[in-house]
Ligand binder design. Structure first.
Ligand code: GDP
Length: 299
């Protein structure tokens, strides 16, 4: 809870300060509700959620004084209601070995770091994890994964710079099988500048994985950077089409006062949200739960 509420402090401060400013000794009426909606929009909750939440607050005690704490409590409840249907724990089927997870997202969104965080969590639970450095065009991304792999005791499968990522996927699955790994996490490139190329590459990776194992990949995690704001909504659409995303991870919530974007995404897409990133360290990944997130941002 400490890590979560600390990580969401900037968003929480923006919202709670806004609510306090608006409702200290003032009535709940059309004007104050409009101001509340502005606060929610500025925190990036999106038009749909902001309007609905504001309406729900409006129903509470119209034309009467209302304490900021009461408004925050209603806000927390409403945010939780939006998030509840999408907050799903990430489940690994223990019977499927290796459980193959493809990690996608635009460059810089935090894919490699998220892979390291997940690997840290699972190796900590005694699972054997193999990492595939599928962002073969960026030597730095491969090196970064290798450093993490060494630190965490997870084998990293990598190819030559510019090597075919699908070929690497094939090798990584073979290696994970050979070594009896529980989980294979595969990094990918995220060059959104060339969408056709990216699409071809991801499709090929999926095709090769399926050839190696019919049900693979068993999960496709899309990593989204919370600091890009509403752009994240488009990224979900693009990657859903290209890669058949099964769930989301939202990173860098510690770096923004606009963490409400997660609410906007929940409302717009309905894709499961599994984890949130609240820092750069290996432990800064939290399972996503509606109630805690709502409480953390409503203060
Ligand atoms: P990739 O290109 O998608 O693999 O992105 P990286 O994993 O290399 O991350 C890009 C930058 O974001 C790095 O400097 C990471 O340390 C940083 N980063 C990743 N996740 C988080 C997070 O949850 N919080 C913060 N503050 N930084 C993060």
């Amino acid at each position: 809870w400490q890590r979560l509420s600390g990580g969401l402090a900037r968003t929480s401060q923006a919202i709670t300060q806004g609510v306090t400013d608006i409702f200290t000794k003032r009535k709940l009426d059309a004007l104050t509700l409009e101001e509340l909606e502005d606060v929610l929009l500025r925190a990036d909750l999106g038009v749909g959620a902001s309007t609905r939440i504001t309406q729900a607050v409006g129903k509470a005690r119209y034309e009467k004084d209302i304490a900021p704490e009461e408004v925050r409590a209603i806000l927390a409840r409403e945010v939780e209601a939006v998030l509840e249907p999408v907050a799903k724990p990430f489940e690994i089927d223990e019977a499927t070995k290796p459980f193959i997870i493809l990690v996608v997202g635009v460059n810089g969104s935090g894919k490699t770091t998220t892979i390291a965080k997940l690997a840290s969590k699972w190796t900590g639970e005694g699972k054997k994890v193999v990492l595939a450095a599928g962002d073969t065009f960026r030597a730095a991304a491969v090196a970064q994964l290798e450093v993490w792999g060494q630190r965490l005791g997870a084998e990293v499968v990598s190819g030559k710079e510019g090597a075919d990522a699908a070929g690497l996927a094939f090798d990584a699955i073979a290696r994970a099988r050979e070594t009896g790994a529980d989980i294979l996490l595969m990094d990918t490139a995220g060059r959104l500048q060339n969408r056709a190329e990216l699409m071809a590459e991801l499709e090929k990776i999926v095709r090769v994985m399926k050839k190696a194992e019919a049900a693979a990949p068993h999960a496709v995690l899309l990593v989204l950077d919370a600091t890009v704001g509403q752009n994240a909504l488009q990224q979900v659409e693009v990657f859903e089409r290209i890669a058949g995303v099964t769930g989301l991870v939202m990173t860098k919530l510690d770096g923004t006062a606009r963490g409400g974007i997660l609410v906007a995404i929940a409302e717009a897409h309905g894709l499961p949200i599994h984890f949130i990133g609240v820092g750069e360290g290996a432990d800064d990944l939290e399972p996503f739960t509606a109630r805690d997130f709502a409480r953390a941002i409503a203060g």
